[in-house]
Design a binder for this molecule. Sequence first.
Ligand SMILES: *Cc1c(COP(=O)(O)O)cnc(C)c1O
Length: 371
Amino acid sequence: MNRAMNFSAGPAALPLAALVRAQSELVDFDHSGMSIMEQSHRGKVYENVHHEAITLVSELLELPKDYEVLFVQGGASTAFAQIAMNFLEAGKTADYVVNGSWGEKAVNEGRAMVNVSGGTIHVAASTKKDKNYVRVPRQDELTLTSDAAYVHITSNETIHGVEFAVTERTPFPKVSAPLVCDMSSVILGRRIDVTPFDFIYAGAQKNIGPSGVTIIVAKKSMLDRGRKDLPAVLQYRVHAENKSLYNTPPTFGVYLVRNTLAWLKAEGGVAWVEKRNRDKARVLYDVIDNSGGFYRCPVEPDSRSIMNVVWRLPTPELEEAFVKETTHARMIGLKGHRSVGGIRASIYNAVEPEGVAALASFMKDFAARHG
Ligand SMILES: *Cc1c(COP(=O)(O)O)cnc(C)c1O
């Protein structure tokens, strides 16, 4: 097999070991005579997989006892609205710190819920104005509401390649209200102290599995605060009380999350993968910064994502040629998001350093030919 070098932003590369395991277990799961997809979600066979996946998330994140792990559906996009639905009480304000398009979407979806919530959405900082998202906001730029229902941040902006806490000069915001964080494109890609965060959510398809599973990591006290007058399936509390088995979970997706996280644990866990991810990112940023201006990363160094490396070439024609030639060389998914253009290499956990080295060497060669 000639496996492609997959730099897609999401759905994204999965570890080969997780796929091979799925292949070998597919038709007859654990001598049950059925695949995992065909098992009842109330049966022992699936339940074991389900709880193993939850345990892996909590081990790998080193969660304290007062946190719950949930698997729900709808993707991060549904969570944008659902978070406001659950946690923005009438008469209260939720603060949003915005450093890219996903944060903007979270604001818009929160606003779409104000008729339900009766609360207000306040943009407490946005780095759009000063040069269209090339850095995260500084603490002294935040206009936080006192007694806010929560503060929402996006730890890594997948489209703009702008990430919090890449260095000690770009720390996560310090807030007194509950901190809610969209970690879709970086969860389990680097070590994180979860204790400042009250509610973390992520679509699985970037870093830890296939699409269709949304992971929630939240303090029990936060889940308990959620509104009780919503449809049951929209209340995070209900999923927590039922160990994410209130209704049918995305069973095959949870199974693949299990395989992916079992791979991560066996390889050395989050500390191992963080080093690997930072090394991969450095390889690409070094090529960009040493290209004599041929490649240009618009993002300020302290905010440069370790997961989504974005850069420009001198002209749109060269960018098009770059994408065409890389695709020909089996390097897939390097075209920047349609809203911003340019090039983006998504180098999530499962992307092998060899692929990144191949891309770096292609970049040098391309610059030498066209520079
Ligand atoms: C991909 C992504 C989303 C959207 O996720 P869906 O699962 O497609 O709804 C939201 N936020 C971030 C940071 C993302 O990377």
